[in-house]
Design a protein around this ligand. Structure first.
Ligand SMILES: Cc1ncc(COP(=O)(O)O)c(C=O)c1O
Length: 421
């Protein structure tokens, strides 16, 4: 793609964009200091789909008009409301419908899934995460190790980038596993690293895990709705994702989980009544009868008001199609990268690997005369929403479902202004 640094060019790309109309289906934040929003924070909290309010309102009305009868006698009965997310999740993750379920929140799911798939023995007890993992994953893994009577100081291993490098190399994970794979119980790794935006080779990670007899769990918080996934084929043992980032389901919205079909009838996992098969769930028997597949991991009846926006959002994703979104995303992020390099190459760098990225670019300031945090604050004053990640990264992520090429161009204009302020 040959890019040009002009508003006309950005507008022409928007005119040719087959997904451009989806932008109108979202609410954008307000003007600030007389400037329209340039929202580039879908990697943290996606914008609100207009449909979300409609679907939440429908459930509020049902509760008002039908009360308890909403569970069974309504258009989308609450008893299986979570299943309206199943096909959308399966499509976005390349899973079979029986392998995915909407439930809980991400960290809770990681714990529940580790309760099943992290079964350490004195010989095989370690967990590998990536260096600089999102803190919640780090805390979750360390606390699981402690809970099972082992010591995270020695048993939580980190896959590190090489000195002077930012990105994780697969051959280094391979070397770690060659060296001590027989003591590793679980690889708990992200699909997309939250800080650098690096997309990891999930297929290869799953293969390596299998080769060394380790279980594999993937945190897909930054991957779902962003990059193509083939979970059934790659076959991690489990995965989980939140839905408030690229899936635009709202703050703290209900998350998703995947359990590979090979674990269809597990022996050991934590039971709750919603994991009992639906046909006998209300028979109120003392003996648990698991649902088929991932649904067996459910615990409680799900919060319907938090599920409704997930269903709204998945509807939009299904209309747009992930392949088209990926194509647009490569162009949008490519355009942003090109503009930054062309205009500010000596002042602003980018630590996201060009050959392994989704929407996100993680920007760093190169020239000593500019303080990165000050620059970030100036961008906020100009109504650019990205996010700051300590110690020194500004993350920006044009989301192909609602961002335009003009957004990307405006970002470059405001960055220019902020750098010169
Ligand atoms: C990679 C990653 N893991 C875990 C979490 C924690 O998510 P939750 O608060 O939904 O448990 C986040 C949240 O942003 C995240 O980015």
């Amino acid at each position: 793609m040959i890019y040009e640094d002009s508003l006309d060019f950005a507008e022409s790309l928007d005119r040719e964009d087959p997904l451009a109309s989806f932008r109108e289906q979202f609410n954008f934040p307000r003007e600030k200091n007389g400037q329209s929003p340039v929202y580039l924070c879908g990697n943290s909290l996606g914008l609100q789909p207009k449909l979300a309010a409609d679907l939440v309102q429908t459930e509020l009305e049902k509760w008002k008009d039908l009360a308890v009868d909403g569970h069974f006698q309504s258009e989308r009965p609450w008893v299986n409301y979570h299943q309206h997310a199943t096909d959308g999740f399966a499509e976005l993750t390349g899973a079979k419908p029986g392998e995915v379920v909407a439930m809980n929140t991400l960290t809770v799911n990681l714990h529940l899934l580790m309760a099943s798939f992290y079964r350490p023995t004195p010989e095989r007890r370690k967990i590998i995460i990536e260096a600089g993992a999102f803190p919640s994953d780090q805390y979750a893994a360390a606390s699981q190790i402690r809970l099972r009577g082992f010591d995270p100081e020695s048993d939580l291993l980190e896959w590190q980038p090489r000195p002077g490098e930012m990105h994780l190399r697969l051959e280094d994970l391979e070397a770690m596993l060659d060296h001590e794979g027989s003591s590793v119980a679980l690889l708990l790794l992200p699909g997309v690293q939250y800080y650098t935006g690096q997309v990891l080779d999930m297929r290869a990670i799953c293969e390596l895990g299998r080769l060394h007899g380790c279980k594999v769990g993937l945190d897909l918080a930054h991957a779902i709705g962003n990059v193509a996934l083939e979970l059934n084929a790659w076959a991690p043992d489990f995965a989980s994702w939140c839905t408030y980032k690229y899936l635009n389901a709202g703050p703290g919205a209900i998350a998703g989980a995947f359990v590979h079909e090979t674990h269809r009838s597990p022996d050991d996992f934590l039971h709750g009544w919603w994991g009992n098969k639906q046909s006998t769930r209300f028979a109120m028997r003392p003996k648990f009868e698991p649902a088929e597949g991932a649904e067996a991991w459910q615990m409680s009846n799900p919060p319907i008001l938090s599920l409704a926006p997930v269903i709204a959002s998945l509807q939009l994703f299904r209309q747009a199609g992930l392949e088209g979104l990926r194509n647009k995303s490569a162009m949008l992020t490519g355009y942003m990268h090109w503009l930054i390099e062309t205009r500010f190459g000596d002042r602003i760098g980018n630590i996201t690997p060009t050959d392994a990225r989704g929407c996100q670019l993680s920007l760093v300031v190169k020239d000593a005369s500019t303080d990165a945090r000050t620059l970030f604050d100036r961008l906020c004053e100009r109504n650019v929403t990205g996010d700051w990640r300590n110690p020194d990264v500004i993350r920006v992520a044009p989301a192909p479902l609602y961002n335009s090429f003009v957004d990307v161009f405006d970002f470059a204009e405001r960055l220019s202004d902020a750098l010169d302020a």
